[in-house]
Every structure is written in structure tokens, then in C-alpha cells.
Design a protein around this ligand. Structure first.
Ligand code: ZN
Length: 675
């Protein structure tokens, strides 16, 4: 239920410089701190017509929940998106002025973030145009194109939304993850209605939980919490409940998909998901998850629903997301080798034996090719996923872990010749390591992180799986990353033929340390702290091993021409430090040691050296790169014959970013502005 055993790691820092293998145009758009890419779907053409039709309907279902995510992220998101889109499409004045361009950028950022807060930093996006300019544009739009509340005039509506757009203190931050504040009241997301306190929410869910229940549902996963007439109630997201206008079409599209299921198991999976959407029953969701994790024969696979809980500071409420994909059989040989040896990795890890899994069950790992991403996986998308999240389902039925290689491929290709490594990597030795091994070890680290890391270890009996509170996501990601870092250097990988030689891991170690100590800071504004769980995890690891290795100078920060660089002097010793920290983080999780966990996070993961931060930002700015990237989807089209029968499904790679976003708003804009 917390983000505990799951993960959607969005990080991609690979900056390789190799020659392009084809002339596919990966870069679609660039604005603010974002770059929009396009991904290819290799192998789609050779799928059967039935598989393509299955993908087609799952893809449509995967796009239909977009409005749900907007509304989950903040209660004003849909109203502001609709208003900005109306202005953008109706404005009759000069569209070439700086102010109009700024307005366009603001709208593009809202689309990217699925709302008015930064998708990663969580802070509210501040417009680059003035309130006066906004009002002058607003006057171009007729009332019928605006999301007015019943009886509201356009002026009243303007008075309501202008402060939400322009005042930085109103709904300032989407999700407040830590600090000595009420995390519910200070977060701007829409999982908890106004008037609720963190204490009330915690008490409400504590009352529901039965410590003796060894197979608990994921409490609170699919509902918004509200206070009605003084009583706390869940408004469940289901057919007939909250968001029914979007969930009904999703269900209808899933029903169409059933007809093209590859086998009875997959048919049962889709039908169970439909039942869950219809009932909102979390027990049904668990049944669905068990069926889904057991479906390992189908080539087509998908995620569709309320899955990840990163957006809720209490780690209970899940955002809506979807990925639709099929297996990459050739690359899956690699992950199969890893998962077949899962028990060996568990047995040999540096973790205390008490915290190890005696029997590693059902770790299935594959490499997939995505065909559509939606909801919280779009446009910023994970490169690896490990589901389901329910701890007891993972314990009893295992998990499915995937590496999304057509996405990592696109990142890699789009990064060619960026100048990043020339600026930040210490010397040609490290640059050569990264050039030679970077892509292989990046993917391997993702495989190990997802397939083994998140799946490893146990929680001791009687320990509350939610006991690490708001620190749980960071610590869980650290555990998975450390597992991957420890093993990527293991001779076992060479023995299995997964790395070309015993040097390869150094590429990953160097990149990890450079990123964790320095370069990931390009994503953070001067003066701010590290917030996001994956970033905190990386800084936690990098700073901890840096500090512990200081007496022996394992890793150093060196100056050259007035610039700071990471230098690794002793890779073998560094591996031992990763192992030590892995043992400690696993202990914290297994025992639910909140005190040690919070100290670790607060001491290493959050604070930033302002001078180093300024330097990194300044050096990065000169490269004119974007710290965040996301994707447009290919357009899936049915090809029909004269009788109207579908004879093929084809992919079109020509749709632009703005085009796609406006089309999605039109075709899948199912929800009213206020829900
Ligand atoms: Zn993860």
C-alpha cells in the first residue's frame, strides 16, 4: 500500500555518445525545463492482428483516465487546463509576442505535469506572463468555452482562478512529504478534501486495520477522503461513484479488449479488472492483482488503474495510470537469467540472514516494448516497473518486473552528443567507461533494481508495513538501488554472461556517484531542498558512502579549472560500502525502525550544499539541455476494408506534442471541471 515494493523509476541520466542507427526523429519539442521525445515501437508490425486489436483497445482504455489524474493532482487542474486551452485555441491577437509564448509554455507545462504543479519538484508552476495579460486574453473567450460553476459569471470565475494561477502561496505544493507540518493540510493534491487533518486521516485508517490480518487490502487506495456533516467518508472511484464519467468509458473499452484476449488467463484478468472498476471493492482488486501477476504467458500485457501512491504523503491513495505493452523476447533472455537466479542473489546478499527471503517466489522479469503510456506514466514515464504493490501478494504470489527498453533506447539516442559528459565527467577514462558500458549497465541496474531489489527481503512478523511513514518511499528506493549497485559488480554477472567483463560495473558506479552527489541537482532550483523519493534515495546513498569512505578517500570531490568533479579512487571499497548500507536499510525496513530511517533520510538525503548547487546549475545552463524528459505516444489507427472490417492496426509517428495534448483533451475529456 505504501510505495513499498513498487517503483516507477523515471530517472535516466544516460548520456551516451554513439552514432544513430537510424534516422528516426526522437526530439519533438523543448520548452521550460522539459524536452519531449518520441519513442519507437519495434516489433509492432509483426504481431498478429488479434494482438494488435487487443493493444488498440487497451491503449484507448489507457488514455481515457487522463482527466482523473488531473483532478487527483489538484482540484483546480481541470478548470485551469480547460481555461488555458480555450484561450490558446480562441485567442485572436498576436500569437508571436513574448507574453503569448509564455502563455503557451505555461499550458505545455500544465499538460506535462498533469496539472499546475511541477511533475517532479511538486511546486506550483509560476506563469511567465502578467495577470493583466492573462485577463486581456481571457476576454477573447466566450462564457460557453469556460468551465464556469452553475450560476457563475465570467468575472466571478476569473476572480476565483486568477489567484490560484498567480499567487504562489495558494495551493503552493502538490505533495508535502516531510517537515514538522500537517502533511495533509499543506499538500495541494485532491486525495483529501479540505477540512481534514493528518491526525484524523491516520486515525480513520488505523481503525480499519486489523494487525492480525495477514492479507489486508490496500486501505484507501481507490478513494478520496471527505468530511460530510462532520463524518469522515470515502468517496470511491468506481462506476457510479466519483469519476464515473471517465471510468465508464474505460470499462467499455476493456470489454471490447476481452474479445481479443490471447488466452483464458488474460481474459480473466481483464474481466476481473472490469469487475473491480464496477464495484470499487479492494478485495476484488487483490484478486485482480493475483490473476495479473500469474499471467506470464501472454505476450501483450498492461497496467490500468489506481496503482502508485507516490502522490499521497501518507502513501495510501493511488494515482491513475496505464501502460500498454508487449514482450521483447530477445532482451527478456537477459532478465530471465536474473530472475532464474533470484534465490542465489537473495542468499548471497550482505543483508542479515534474519531479513532474507528463505524462498524467493515468483519473480518474473521481462523486457517490454510499450505501445501506449497514459495517466501518471505520461508524458514522463518510468523505465522500469515492479508490481503489484501489495506486500502480502508479493510474498505469496510474487511480482512482475519489467524494464522498458524502447524508452531507455529513446533516451539514449536523444542524448547523443549533448556535451553533458564532457562537462561533468572527471576524465577520458571515465568517459570511455560510460561510452563502452553505459547503456548495458544502465539497463542491467534497472533490471536488478526492479526484479531483485524491490522483491528482496522480508518484513519481520508484527512489523507494520506502513511504519516508515513518509520515509518509506525513499528508503524502499534506496534498498532497491543498493541491491542493484551491490550486484552489478558481482562476478556472478560475468559468469552469467550479463556483462562483457569485470570492468563494466565501474560505468554505473561512476554515473551513480556523479549523479547522486552533483548532477541530479540540475533538477532543483537554487535554495530548495531534495524532495522527490528517487532523488532523495540517490543522494542518501551517494552522500553516505562518500562520508563513510572519506578516511580512505574512496570517493573524492576534486577541483579542476575552478570546477568540481567526482573522482572514484577505489571501486572495490565502494562496493563494500554499498553493501554495508544495503544491510542497514534492509534492517530498517525489516524491523520498521522509523527513528533510524528518518535520521538517515534527514542527515543525507535532503540538504544541499548551496555553493556546489549554484556551480552545477551554472555549468548545466550553458549546455542548454533539459533536466526532464517525456514522450508523446504514437497514434494507433485502425485500417478497415470496404466492408468496414478491421484488417490491420498501424502506428503513426507524426503527431506533435501540442496536437496530441489538445486531441486527448477533446477525445478523452470526460470529467467536468469540478468533481
Ligand atoms: Zn524502484
Amino acid at each position: 500500500m505504501t510505495a513499498i515494493a513498487m517503483c516507477a523509476c523515471t530517472e535516466q541520466t544516460s548520456k551516451r555518445t554513439t552514432q544513430p542507427e537510424n534516422d528516426f526523429n526522437y526530439v519533438v519539442d523543448q520548452f521550460a525545463d522539459l524536452q519531449i521525445l518520441r519513442y519507437q515501437v519495434p516489433g509492432f508490425e509483426s504481431l498478429s492482428l488479434q494482438q494488435k486489436q487487443l493493444l488498440y483497445h487497451l491503449s484507448r482504455a489507457g488514455l481515457m483516465g487522463r482527466d482523473i489524474l488531473f483532478d487527483q493532482n489538484c482540484r483546480y487542474n481541470l478548470a485551469i487546463r480547460q481555461t488555458m486551452e480555450a484561450i490558446y485555441t480562441k485567442y485572436q491577437g498576436d500569437r508571436e509576442t513574448d507574453e503569448f509564448k509564455a502563455l503557451e509554455t505555461y499550458l505545455k507545462r500544465i499538460w506535462f505535469s498533469n496539472g499546475i504543479h511541477h511533475h517532479y519538484g511538486e511546486d506550483k508552476l509560476m506563469p511567465g506572463f502578467t495577470p493583466d495579460y492573462f485577463i486581456s486574453c481571457y476576454r477573447h473567450v466566450s462564457a460557453s468555452d469556460l468551465p464556469l460553476r452553475p450560476g457563475q459569471t465570467t468575472d466571478q470565475f476569473l476572480m476565483e482562478i486568477a489567484p490560484v494561477i498567480f499567487n504562489p502561496t495558494i495551493l503552493a505544493k502538490k505533495t508535502v512529504q516531510s517537515g514538522n507540518v500537517d502533511l495533509i493540510r499543506t499538500s495541494a493534491n485532491n486525495y483529501y478534501e479540505e477540512g481534514l487533518t493528518q491526525k484524523e486521516v491516520e486515525a480513520f485508517y488505523d481503525r480499519m486495520k486489523d494487525p492480525a490480518d495477514s492479507t489486508p487490502v490496500s486501505y484507501g487506495l481507490n478513494s478520496r477522503l471527505a468530511k460530510v456533516n462532520g463524518e469522515i467518508v470515502e468517496k470511491v472511484w468506481k462506476v457510479g461513484g466519483l469519476y464515473t464519467q471517465a471510468i465508464e468509458p474505460i470499462v467499455s473499452e476493456l470489454q471490447k479488449a476481452v474479445a481479443y484476449a490471447e488466452n483464458d488467463t488474460q481474459k480473466a484478468v481483464i474481466e476481473k479488472l472490469i469487475e473491480y472498476y464496477q464495484t470499487g471493492d479492494l478485495k476484488t482488486f487483490d484478486e485482480y492483482s493475483i490473476l495479473w501477476v500469474g499471467d506470464t504467458d501472454s505476450e501483450v500485457d498492461f497496467v490500468n488503474g489506481f496503482i502508485e501512491t507516490y502522490g499521497d504523503p501518507l502513501g495510501m491513495k493511488a494515482s491513475w495510470e496505464s501502460t500498454v505493452n508487449f514482450i521483447n523476447k530477445e532482451a527478456t533472455k537477459r532478465t530471465k537469467l536474473i530472475s532464474d537466479n533470484a534465490q542465489w542473489f537473495e542468499d548471497h546478499s550482505p543483508v542479515d540472514d534474519r531479513f532474507k527471503k528463505k524462498e524467493v517466489k515468483g519473480v518474473t522479469a521481462k523486457v517490454i516494448t510499450v505501445a501506449t503510456i497514459g495517466g501518471d506514466c505520461y508524458p514522463a514515464t518510468p523505465i522500469g516497473i515492479n508490481l503489484p504493490n501489495s506486500n502480502w501478494i508479493r510474498r505469496d504470489y510474487g511480482s512482475k518486473s519489467v524494464t522498458i527498453e524502447n524508452i531507455t533506447e529513446a533516451y539514449d539516442r536523444a542524448s547523443q552528443g549533448s556535451g553533458f559528459n564532457e562537462e561533468f565527467v572527471w576524465s577520458d577514462v571515465e568517459r570511455e567507461l560510460i561510452r563502452k558500458y553505459g547503456f548495458i549497465t544502465d539497463n542491467l541496474h534497472t533490471d536488478l533494481h526492479e526484479c531483485l531489489g524491490h522483491g528482496s527481503g522480508i518484513i519481520l512478523p508484527g512489523v507494520d508495513p506502513d511504519g516508515l511513514k513518509s520515509y518509506s518511499s525513499t528508503l524502499e528506493e534506496a534498498r532497491a538501488d543498493l541491491f542493484g549497485l551491490y550486484y552489478i559488480a558481482d562476478p556472478k554477472l560475468l559468469e552469467l554472461g550479463l556483462v562483457p567483463d569485470q570492468e563494466a560495473y565501474k560505468a554505473e558506479y561512476y554515473k551513480f556517484m556523479m549523479n547522486g552527489l552533483m548532477t541530479q541537482l540540475v533538477r532543483i532550483e537554487q535554495g530548495k531542498e531534495v524532495e522527490e523519493a528517487h532523488m532523495r534515495n540517490r543522494q542518501l546513498i551517494a552522500k553516505w558512502v562518500f562520508e563513510k569512505g572519506t578516511p580512505e578517500q574512496v570517493v573524492e570531490l576534486k577541483q579542476k579549472d575552478g570546477k568540481t568533479f567526482v573522482v572514484i579512487n577505489d571501486y572495490e571499497r565502494l562496493r563494500k560500502l554499498f553493501g554495508q548500507l544495503l544491510a542497514e536499510v534492509q534492517r530498517i525496513k525489516s524491523e520498521g525502525d522509523l527513528v533510524a530511517g528518518s535520521q538517515l533520510v534527514e542527515a543525507y538525503a535532503v540538504k544541499i550544499d548551496p555553493a556546489l548547487h549554484a556551480e552545477v546549475l551554472e555549468r548545466y545552463a550553458r549546455l542548454n539541455l533539459s533536466p526532464y524528459r517525456g514522450f508523446v505516444n504514437p497514434v494507433m489507427k485502425e485500417v478497415t476494408n470496404k466492408k468496414g472490417e478491421v484488417v490491420d492496426i498501424v502506428l503513426d509517428y507524426t503527431e506533435g506534442y501540442t496536437e496530441q495534448m489538445l486531441r486527448y483533451s477533446k477525445e478523452y475529456g470526460f470529467l467536468p471541471a469540478y468533481n
